[in-house]
Design a protein around this ligand. Structure first.
Ligand code: CA
Length: 192
């Protein structure tokens, strides 16, 4: 009944408006594929293989950075292989990144010397540590005495000032960071 009273013009206007809204939503979802809308338009974003990487300059501790990523539905960046590493370093260079380093999701806080990707129990397969940054525990042995420095440096950064190699740092220092969103292809646990 209401439709009749509204008349054909009113109906057409509604029809047009709904179509415009649907078109807008479709375009939005295409152009922002992989990147959620809540990351903010001012942030630099890069996309690769369906994963959206968002680069944050704000200096945060590793925990603050991780929580910030989680708060937006993402994670601190996971680097499962060399192409991902190269892509991220190239992205930072193209952005003329003004900070010396960025937090990534690698930590050995739970067990000294056992580096895993945050939120998983998956050990790093690909690694890009600078020389003498971390000390791997001897194979087949545990409980080896770690240096005080290694003990305190449980969180990893890509160091732009060191060709993108990884350094371990105390988790409570402040740094820029990268979150990732979208189809996260978590590295699989290594076969035993
Ligand atoms: Ca450590």
């Amino acid at each position: 009944m209401r439709m009749k009273r509204q008349g054909p013009i009113g109906t057409r206007v509604w029809y047009l408006a709904i179509n415009v809204i649907i078109l807008h939503l479709l375009q939005g979802s295409v152009s922002e594929a992989g990147c959620p809308s809540n990351v903010g338009t001012q942030r630099p974003t890069k996309q690769r293989n369906g994963v959206c990487y968002v680069f944050y300059q704000a200096a945060k501790t590793w925990d603050q950075a991780r929580n910030a990523c989680h708060g937006k539905g993402g994670n601190l960046v996971i680097i499962p292989d060399r192409p991902t590493q190269d892509f991220l370093v190239a992205s930072l260079r193209s952005l003329r990144w003004p900070r010396p380093g960025v937090w990534i999701g690698a930590t050995d806080r739970d067990e000294e010397g056992q580096w895993i990707w945050q939120g998983t129990s998956v050990r790093l397969s690909y690694q890009n540590w600078a020389p003498n940054q971390i000390r791997q525990p001897p194979a087949g042995r545990s409980g080896s005495k770690e240096t005080e420095s290694n003990d305190r440096e449980d969180c990893a950064q890509i160091r732009i000032v060191d060709t993108g190699r990884w350094h371990d740092f105390p988790c409570n220092v402040s740094s820029s960071y990268i979150c990732q969103f979208g189809s996260v292809s978590r590295p699989r646990p290594r076969d035993k």
